[in-house]
Design a protein around this ligand. Structure first.
Ligand code: GLC
Ligand code: GLC
Length: 816
């Protein structure tokens, strides 16, 4: 077991868990339960909420973001043991515990608290294929005396639409409805009219009482930390009529010395056919709910479901396993980075402790990028996602910037015109086909703008993506930026002096001249992928046509995009350069160095190496690589939102972790494995154990941003979990540094590692074959495959040819 302790916890790699030993972490440290339809967010003090599919429209339990104190609202337990009342997860009562431990694992969380000889350990998880959260509580009496405990559960219902729920009180305080039968509390607000769904909270034990009216349970003017009912030790059997419905069970438990008892709570969601909603007038049909509850009403059933969840993760995480001397590298690659990839794929940017779950839908660019770190895990879901995304594209290749997960329709309020968007589709599709060999996806008929009467083959969508850049070039032959490229805050066509205007949707420089070097690099990089795909498909003419455009773009970048020591960032709406040594502020930006570098533009002339030296000199710092430097100190109306952030934060000189791996990958393009890996360790969570307190956010996942060197609080992270950082870092480390890359013809091995490394092993399951790859580095080089054997036979080049499905293949690679 590898444990690196800080004052809040440690990694338990054997269990694939992060163990939190102090409830008062610098910020709530959360986990996600569920991976398909039913999801829960759970913090280390059991805060958070649950929803079905859509965090805005189907929110089961209420959560108040940015509340005081932080992280208020969750699935709470209260225990009354004589005169002492305590909560096993510390919150909400915050009684000091004799012991506390929270283990966040793959799709589950276990929180254990102990007080006065009684321990309560609660395992929270969403069983595979179920629309419910199981909470299995094990109560144990470690003392010498008989304990008679009063236990209260607590969840507060959200009236389904999370946004309406926190704003529309004139209506909502009158609509809330519940039913209670036996030990199950049902939440049925609006079920009478247009909703065909309700929620329930059950326990597999007799209850001594219940409450469903929050204010009765808490007592007037009380918080979750001072409920009258718990102090008194007796429930009120209240039925909510409007106001704020809750579900609270009261249970009496007597435990002999040494005795343990399991209680299983389930918090679930049920949809009913319209003609089968009722069992009697005003009484909901509970058959489906009761069947779900029954599936988890014994500890054996819960254990079986928990075992199945663990087997599921064993299998998923068995697909890429690195075995190196560096435990932190193994931990990041084998466990937490892949786990975060799954979460970002599921959530996009909707629900975290920084994303409120009511804002954005699925982003066109975000979801395409999330997919590149996910495709090896569940390719079938990646395939479905690609089709959904491509269905929001328009005939001219442009795309809706976002779509709603529930309807899968483009979001008209935001519209399109972010000119990097179309190119990401080429990346995700080529990555998918290389991973799976499933060329049939290219033949799928995919609608434009979700119009079933107007569709084209997916391959044709890619051609349109490519052409969209070709057809939207500016006066320097570089791509027009539109509203913005990847950097949403570089709004070169929005000149706004009105604080009520949006930078994202206002575009007042009609037919704007602004051009983007980031898109130029992106076009060359993914353009090459497009050309390679055309060749695979035998489309030689199209490959040639595309090559001409890519060549022309390379020339345009060399002629108009090179500043002498690095790549410019853009031309603004007045045709002026941005990201140039001629300016005092923001002389250099990361995105164009990353993309032009990954694309190898000017590699032969030393441009990439030069620009990467400039990155190292101007942008790199101990905490990662900042986005731009020096940061803007004043508002530049012609650059937009970027200059609204204080120096060192977010897109203005922050370490925007998403783009750091672009530099790592570019470093591998020039063969500098030492620097690539050095940059990797500067932001990879597993390497930050000495900075945990400063960082604040979870030590096991990437955050979107770490405050940069010019910030007032350098090194402080924000916006953890939902960020393209996860997928890109995973690709950088697994494919570009460790060097195992899917290819149309097989698995390519092309490491670019620190010279000092002697050897490492990678197990990779690829198209049904298990490859066990031993990489030896006797000459201590960064890059270069000197020889390779596959099952003992020498193979030319660095591509392991495809093997027969189901086999296990031994590969030995010697660098030199
Ligand atoms: C956010 C957005 C992403 C954008 C990035 C940079 O992470 O989700 O779409 O590219 O910020 O502005
Ligand atoms: C803000 C954020 C940026 C995000 C954008 C889209 O501008 O700074 O990161 O991509 O909003 O909502």
């Amino acid at each position: 077991m590898t444990q690196t302790e800080n004052s809040y916890g440690y990694f338990d790699d054997d269990q694939r868990e992060y163990v939190i030993t102090e409830p008062k972490t610098p910020y709530p440290w959360i986990n996600y339960l569920g991976d398909t339809d039913f999801f829960s967010l759970i913090s280390n003090t059991s805060g958070g909420y649950s929803f079905y599919r859509d965090a805005k429209f189907r929110r089961l339990t209420r959560y108040r973001y940015n509340n005081v104190p932080v992280d208020t609202g969750g699935r709470y337990f209260y225990i009354k043991d004589g005169d002492t009342t305590w909560s096993p997860a510390w919150k909400p009562l915050k009684t000091e515990l004799d012991q506390y431990e929270c283990r966040h694992g793959m799709g589950y969380t276990r929180i254990r608290g102990e007080k006065n000889g009684v321990s309560s350990s609660v395992l929270f998880f969403v069983p595979k294929g179920e629309n419910l959260e199981v909470q299995q509580m094990t109560l144990t009496n470690h003392s010498q005396e008989v304990k008679t405990l009063k236990l209260f559960s607590f969840v507060e219902w959200c009236l389904w639409n999370a946004e309406d729920d926190m704003t529309n009180f004139q209506r909502n305080f009158s609509t809330g409805q519940v039913e209670v039968q036996d030990s199950v509390i049902y939440h049925k607000t609006e079920y009478r009219e247009r909703r065909n769904h309700f929620a329930f909270y059950s326990v597999n034990a007799d209850i001594s009482g219940f409450d469903t009216d929050r204010d009765v349970f808490l007592g007037d003017y009380n918080g979750f930390d001072t409920p009258d009912t718990v102090a008194r030790g007796e429930a009120n059997n209240s039925i909510a009529h409007g106001w704020s419905p809750i579900a609270s069970h009261a249970i009496e438990v007597t435990l002999q010395p040494g005795e343990s008892r399991d209680l299983i709570f389930t918090l679930g969601y049920v949809e009913m056919p319209d003609d089968d909603k009722w069992e009697a007038p005003q009484v909901i049909n509970k058959t489906k709910a009761l069947a779900a509850i029954e599936r988890f009403n014994t500890s054996e059933k819960v254990q079986a479901a928990f075992d199945a969840l663990n087997r599921y993760w064993d299998e998923l995480l068995g697909r890429y396993v690195v075995d190196s001397d560096d435990a932190r590298l193994n931990r990041g690659v084998n466990i937490w980075n892949q786990y975060q990839n799954m979460v970002t794929f599921n959530m996009s940017r909707s629900a975290s402790f920084f994303e409120s779950g009511i804002g954005r839908g699925m982003g066109f660019r975000d979801s395409n990028q999330d997919l590149i770190g996910f495709v090896h895990l569940v390719p079938e879901r990646a395939r479905e996602r690609i089709i959904d995304i491509a269905s929001t594209q328009f005939e001219d290749g442009s795309a809706y910037h976002q779509y709603q997960p529930l309807t899968k329709r483009g979001n008209a309020a935001i519209g399109g015109n972010f000119n990097d968007d179309p190119m990401w589709l080429i990346q995700s599709v080529t990555v998918y086909v290389k991973e799976t060999g499933d060329f049939s996806i290219l033949e799928e008929d995919v609608p434009f703008n979700n119009d079933p009467d107007n569709s084209a083959k997916l391959f044709d969508h890619l051609t349109r993506s490519f052409n969209h850049v070709v057809n939207n070039r500016g006066e320097h032959g570089l791509p027009l930026i539109g509203r913005a490229d990847w950097n949403d805050c570089l709004n070169l066509n929005c000149f706004s002096s009105d604080p009520n205007e949006s930078f994202q949707t206002t575009e007042n420089q009609e037919g704007g001249r602004a051009e983007s070097l980031m898109i130029a690099g992106q076009f060359v990089l993914f353009g090459k992928d497009y050309i390679e795909l055309c060749r695979e498909l035998g489309k030689a003419d199209e490959a040639r046509r595309a090559q001409d455009h890519v060549d022309a773009m390379v020339e345009a970048v060399k002629t108009h995009g090179w500043d002498g020591d690095w790549f410019l960032r853009a031309y603004d709406a007045a045709g002026n350069k941005l990201g140039t040594h001629e300016h005092d502020e923001s002389k250099i930006f990361i995105e164009s160095q990353g993309f032009c570098g990954m694309a190898g533009i000017g590699l032969e002339d030393g441009l990439v190496e030069k620009s990467l030296s400039a990155v190292n000199e101007h942008l790199a710092c101990d905490y990662g690589i900042v986005l731009n430097a020096p940061a803007f100190t004043k508002y530049h109306i012609e650059y937009g939102e970027i200059s609204t952030y204080p120096q060192g934060y977010k897109e203005n000189g922050g370490i925007f972790c998403h783009n750091n791996p672009w530099i790592m990958i570019a470093e591998t393009v020039v063969g500098n494995g030492d620097r690539a890996f050095d940059y990797y360790t500067r932001i990879a969570p597993a390497y930050q154990d000495d900075k945990v307190k400063l960082h604040k956010t979870e030590p096991y996942v990437y955050a979107q941003m770490i405050a940069g060197k010019e910030a007032a609080t350098p090194g402080q992270a924000k916006n953890s979990w939902l960020t393209g950082t996860a997928a890109w870092n995973y690709v950088a480390i697994t494919q570009s540094i460790l060097g195992i890359k899917p290819h149309y013809q097989g698995l390519q091995v092309d490491p670019c590692i620190p010279k000092a490394w002697d050897s490492y092993r990678v197990t990779r399951v690829f198209r049904g074959v298990t490859y066990q790859i031993q990489i030896n580095n006797p000459a201590h080089v960064c890059r270069g495959v000197a020889s390779m054997t596959v099952n003992g036979d020498a193979v030319e080049g660095n591509i392991i040819p495809l093997q027969s499905e189901g086999s296990t293949v031994e590969v030995v690679v010697t660098l030199g």
